[in-house]
Design a binder for this molecule. Sequence first.
Ligand SMILES: NC(=O)c1ccc[n+]([C@@H]2O[C@H](COP(=O)([O-])OP(=O)(O)OC[C@H]3O[C@@H](n4cnc5c(N)ncnc54)[C@H](O)[C@@H]3O)[C@@H](O)[C@H]2O)c1
Length: 382
Amino acid sequence: MKVGVPAEIKPDEHRVAITPAGVREMTSHGHEVLIEAGAGEGSAIPDALYEAQGARIIPDADAVFCEAEMILKVKEPQPAEVEMLRPGQLLFTYLHLAPDPELTRGLRDSGAICIAYETVEDANGRLPLLAPMSEIAGKIATQAGAFMLEKPLGGRGILLGGVPGVAAANVMVIGGGVVGMNAAFIAIGMEADVFVYDKSIDRLRELDIAFSGGCSTVYSTTLAIEEMLPRTDLVIGAVLVHGARAPYVINREQLGLMKPGAVLVDVAIDQGGCFETSHPTTHRDPTFEVDGITHYCVTNMPGAVPITSTSALTNATLPYAIALADHGVNGAIERLPGLRPGVNVASGQVTHRAVAEAVEADHATVEEALGSGTEKHKAEVS
Ligand SMILES: NC(=O)c1ccc[n+]([C@@H]2O[C@H](COP(=O)([O-])OP(=O)(O)OC[C@H]3O[C@@H](n4cnc5c(N)ncnc54)[C@H](O)[C@@H]3O)[C@@H](O)[C@H]2O)c1
């Protein structure tokens, strides 16, 4: 298969979808890898390192999209990239379609088969291609929040860990999954007083054991959140319902319960945001203020640390990308069934139920959309 890797064009996005190690694996499986010139530069990977492992460097994105049968990317395709997709072409990348009906429409119209990293599942129903970026985003969330709490940046002017004789700040993490756990891990390390809220008691049990009581775990309800807000300096929003738009856990009225200069970091912004007052921001202009509360809502937080993120992402995506290149979509799904929920749009149809509901589109099964599938999968969906 011809596998194409364009340079990312989302603002301040410096990750790239393959490393030289990935090129080596792909070429040793007999595939041809086409990389847009300079695609790895932001992650400190010069073209020559790709070429040394057998990649062909292509001068522009147009030519990559035109020649490749599968496009590997990092972030959701931007409008110019959607234009370049063609029927039957495979696109493997983050998509985050639930809050984006326009992109969903564009991908349907393209006729391409679009597989979202963030809805690929492992055998336990977890999200192996979201997890590495969630680990990074969770760690950045606490760093960014701590920074934004500084007075010159508009924050309350409180140090997360306090000092002997002066109390630490209170950090509230809503959603104790991968992002939440990593955010809490750093906040505990910075010696803040940390409270993790989740709707899953099993998850709270796991966190309690993992942190040996180093943070408080709280069953997440509207009242529990409201009771904590007046005491909180930093809130990190990290909830997720797979594939769906993020639920609101703090509304505008509840901002009035908070201290002026407190900070909200909405990591779930890529799924539409979990605070009513959130809207997407960029690394270049990461924050805005609503009712005296700083909001940090960067949709591609790991893009700020591409040297770490590119390796972490591609370590996770490579086995799936190789399976797709070796066996095509149906063959790869047979071998790695968790790829099936990854297929969000195929041949003009929305094939992920939560996405279809969120964007108010009709839903078709993957097998209906692709006009094929294994007997096992057909039995599962009938
Ligand atoms: N902004 C970025 O750059 C960036 C990067 C990585 C991940 N993310 C996003 O961060 C979010 C979290 O990702 P994750 O990998 O930690 O997901 P996850 O599935 O590991 O964890 C989500 C947690 O939220 C909990 N939850 C769901 N609804 C809740 C509610 N109403 N109240 C409290 N808890 C609730 C779940 O029980 C689960 O434990 C996702 O939207 C993901 O796309 C953003």
